[in-house]
Design a protein around this ligand. Structure first.
Ligand SMILES: Cc1cc2nc3c(=O)[nH]c(=O)nc-3n(C[C@H](O)[C@H](O)[C@H](O)COP(=O)(O)O)c2cc1C
Length: 302
């Protein structure tokens, strides 16, 4: 069953990086020979060619951005709203809903950025209404990302990583949009959220450097099979806080890691919507190392 799923193919990060390495070879070797002629103390540190640009409403994406910035030694720019969203969740939902409805994207204090010196833009956002938060539209409208490597990263309640990256690809056809990273708010907010973020970032960067696509990352799973009672118990434990999504698992495939990854295939019918085919990725740690947890929801592409 899983074999029938069409998973989007992301641009190979290795190929993209190789392109930039080739383009910059001559300039870099000129700069290097000049630098070698000077005593070490006079050589200025190399300017970063990467920048982490992000919007964060309640600080979760900001935290992930900080870990990513450290890991890739990038500059960092936080996008700031001229008029911040309201402080409560419900009124933010209303405000974002109105922006999506009208496509009137919110003004940013720093919408237009000087990105000329950067090859790579790590673009971070919370998922709102299934894709990136509205301030990202403002950023995209105000900046030219053509020819740049754009690495999407996000935090979410249950999912939206792949959908948002696909929308970025559509809106920025001239950019090389790579594999996207996403971590759930729940995992980021745990006591060990900082180390979870570090492991997620390290794993993601390794996958990116290896040119892995979502399709390749699904490769290590077994075929979908009917659920056993144990599978159902794992599913129930990991989704107990997501009752509003009305998830119903129908089959599962697994992948042995340090613990077990589960990819449940089933339906979601929350928010009074007709049942939609959905994949639910769950991780069950080794015995005694914690409870099964929902990693992300993935929309099944037809
Ligand atoms: C207005 C609004 C809409 C949201 N929509 C979704 C959604 O569609 N799917 C989802 O998984 N999470 C959704 N969330 C949850 C956020 O993506 C999540 O809490 C995120 O970690 C917040 O990041 P931040 O702290 O950087 O703002 C929404 C949150 C808000 C406030």
């Amino acid at each position: 069953m899983l074999g029938k799923l069409k998973l989007g193919v992301a641009v190979s990060a290795v190929a993209v990086s190789a392109m930039f390495v080739a383009c910059n070879d001559r300039a870099e070797s000129d700069a290097q020979s000049k630098a070698q002629a000077k005593p070490a103390a006079e050589v200025a540190p190399a300017a970063s060619k990467s920048v982490v640009v992000y919007f964060s409403q309640t600080g979760t994406t900001k935290k992930l951005a900080g870990v990513l910035k450290q890991a890739v030694n990038a500059d960092e720019i936080e996008l700031r709203l001229v008029t911040p969203y309201p402080s409560t969740y419900d009124s933010t939902i209303a405000a974002v809903g109105a922006q999506r409805e009208s496509k009137q994207w919110p003004a940013l204090e720093n919408a237009k950025l000087d990105l000329a010196k950067y090859d790579t833009v790590y673009l971070g956002y919370p998922i709102m209404f299934g894709s990136f938060a509205p301030p990202i539209y403002t950023f995209l409208d105000s900046n030219d990302l053509s020819g740049k490597v754009v690495v999407p990263f996000c935090t979410f309640g249950s999912g939206g990583r792949k959908v948002s990256a696909a929308e970025l690809k559509t809106l920025e056809p001239g950019a090389n949009v790579t594999l996207a990273m996403g971590v759930s708010n729940k995992r980021m907010s745990r006591d060990d959220g900082d180390s979870i973020a570090k492991v997620e970032v390290e794993t993601f960067l390794a996958n990116l450097a290896a040119g892995k696509t979502d399709e390749m990352l699904m490769g290590g799973y077994s075929e979908q099979r009917p659920l056993t009672a144990e599978d159902s118990a794992v599913f129930a434990a990991a989704t107990k806080d997501y009752a509003y999504l009305q998830l119903k698992p129908l089959s599962v495939s697994t992948q042995v890691v340090a613990g077990m990854n589960y990819l449940f295939l089933g339906t979601m019918s929350g928010f009074n919507r007709p049942p939609a085919e959905t994949m639910v990725k769950i991780f069950k740690p080794l015995p005694g190392r914690g409870e099964p947890e929902l990693i992300e929801l993935l929309v099944v592409e037809k």
